[in-house]
Design a protein around this ligand. Structure first.
Ligand code: GLP
Length: 247
């Protein structure tokens, strides 16, 4: 794993955006695996800025998102589809038909997951997968205990994830309890992985991910087995990381 240290959130976002930008410049029809959460917002902001400056062109890019809450329609402000449009897609020139996100409003979990696995396959796999990391080591919505061999599936969220994500929901809004998520196998199938993390709260889990045992108890630890992972994290998130592992 390559570990790159950033000063702060802005610096992390710029460094990670540079990696995504290089991917798109080198391969304009790249399949980008995208993520939600607060971590990637700065990356999307930076990429939008470079798009406006005509430094980067998304016309031929295809995207697949990691996950979506079950039960939410794309126009629900809490859905990841809404998030992606607000924070990224509506501000760049990616054609709508190139965007893929699991349909949270499809209650037929089996059909939805089968469809999504087919989409990833038909696109020829993911060139670069962007990942955030949950406080318990989840990637996408693969919670601790998730089997490493799963592709897209429906998961029941852990209470800690429901609590962590409750901050995005207003008073009176129920936080969904289930999600469709790419599985560990789908994520590990990406040719390159870019994991981002910032803030003190992520320091322990980032250490576990890189230096701990490879175990489903820490889903992100499986990334130790992937041959092209880059971690871009700020100094707070890297505060527990042995210095010799950082570039
Ligand atoms: C959610 C998303 C994950 C994300 C995680 C961390 O659970 N499903 O993909 O990595 O949150 O979120 P944040 O970046 O806000 O810390």
């Amino acid at each position: 794993m390559k570990i790159i240290k950033a000063r702060d959130y802005e610096d992390m976002s710029r460094k990670a955006a540079n990696i995504i930008s290089a991917q798109v410049i080198l391969k304009p029809d790249s399949v980008l695996g995208l993520a939600t959460g607060s971590s990637p917002v700065g990356i999307y902001r930076q990429l939008i800025d470079w798009y406006h400056k005509e430094d980067i062109d998304f016309a031929r890019c295809r995207t697949v998102n990691l996950d979506e809450y079950v039960g939410l329609t794309p126009d629900n402000q809490q859905s990841y589809a809404y998030f992606m449009h607000q924070n990224f897609f509506d501000h760049i020139n990616i054609p709508a038909e190139n965007i893929h996100i699991p349909h949270g409003d499809n209650r037929d979990a089996e059909a939805e997951c089968r469809w999504y696995n087919g989409v990833i396959r038909a696109l020829g796999g993911i060139d670069l997968q962007l990942l955030g990391i949950g406080l318990n080591g989840h990637i996408g919505f693969n919670e601790p205990g998730a089997a490493f061999e799963k592709e897209t599936h429906c998961v029941r969220l852990t209470q800690s994830t429901i609590d962590a994500n409750a901050r995005f929901f207003g008073p009176g809004e129920t936080v969904p309890t289930h999600a469709y998520t790419m599985g560990i196998k789908s994520i590990m199938g990406a040719r390159k992985i870019l994991l981002i993390a910032n803030g003190k709260a992520k320091a322990d889990i980032l250490y576990e991910t890189v230096c701990g045992a490879i175990t489903p108890a820490v889903p992100a630890s499986v990334l130790q087995l992937h041959n092209d992972v880059t971690i871009v994290a700020d100094q707070e998130a890297l505060s527990k990381m042995p210095g010799e592992l950082i570039r």
